[in-house]
Design a protein around this ligand. Sequence first.
Ligand code: HEC
Ligand code: HEC
Ligand code: HEC
Ligand code: HEC
Length: 197
Amino acid sequence: MKRILIFTATIALLVMGFVALNVDLSPEVAHAQTNPPAQIKMPEVIVLAQDAKLGKVTFNHVKHNGGEYSADGAGPIACIGCHHAAQPVSELAKFPPLKTAWPADRTTTLTAELFNKDPKAAAVAACRDCHARVGQVPKLMPEIPVVKEPGTTTLLKMTNQMAFHKACDVCHFEVKIQRPDSKTPNATQCNSCHKRT
Ligand code: HEC
Ligand code: HEC
Ligand code: HEC
Ligand code: HEC
């Protein structure tokens, strides 16, 4: 019990440290950033869908991964809940249809702790580097990934639209069932995410 508490407290401190790194530019942080090699920063708020006709999507990365939002009320959302390729192939084997690691030979699983220790070694690729827009060739793969829906013969081309919608909607749907009053976006209400400015 005590060990679990210590562990939880450590994680909480790490997460807090990691939020603070993004929020306030304390002198230490400012100093670190002027030192080479260039610091990879944890994005706090990311504007997605920049080219979508329906409008841009403002995604609060830190609220989603720093503990403020949670899928089941049991702690922060794991990095690999979204950054699925950032774990070793041996781990991925437990979560079919996932199987692709990036980099292919990686031995680490992305966590806040790993990222804070060495952001470069944590090796986070952007979703769109693999899930490109329709008609575009992704940066890190020969083509846009295709997945077979479990129990069917349907092949789904995981464009940016498919990949993001699936990654975001599944969780929001579950949260809404558990907490009908939550402010999670509704998958069928496009403008709960896409906003024209
Ligand atoms: C709820 C989903 C989600 C969670 C959880 C999440 N991220 Fe992200 N993260 C994203 C999205 C979406 C992007 C933007 C990717 C893009 O532009 O294609 C991103 C971008 C990043 C980037 C910048 C990558 C780049 O090159 O542009 C880093 C670094 C990062 N995340 C680290 C983390 C770490 C570390 C954690 C866990 C502490 C984490 N993320 C948890 C969704 C998530
Ligand atoms: C290095 C390339 C790469 C990156 C980076 C990547 N993906 Fe994927 N993604 C894939 C591949 C390849 C698949 C097909 C399954 C496999 O091979 O692991 C996939 C499958 C998926 C699926 C379908 C899973 C299922 O159960 O049907 C979703 C959803 C998804 N990715 C979302 C994301 C999101 C969101 C991000 C960024 C936070 C992201 N991916 C980053 C390559 C990538
Ligand atoms: C594992 C669960 C999970 C995933 C994955 C997830 N979210 Fe959320 N999201 C939440 C929760 C929980 C809330 C907040 C609910 C509350 O506080 O009532 C939320 C709220 C939001 C909100 C409204 C509040 C705000 O911060 O503006 C937006 C917009 C949003 N999410 C966008 C996204 C996008 C875009 C993605 C995919 C890249 C995503 N989410 C992935 C759990 C998730
Ligand atoms: C949970 C938030 C969310 C909801 C709800 C949502 N989207 Fe999206 N949508 C996204 C994100 C995130 C992307 C991909 C962003 C990127 O590639 O940068 C996206 C991408 C798209 C794209 C591809 C844009 C492009 O040209 O690259 C289309 C089209 C789209 N959405 C349509 C819809 C429609 C139609 C609905 C309603 C039925 C909807 N979306 C609901 C978050 C959402």
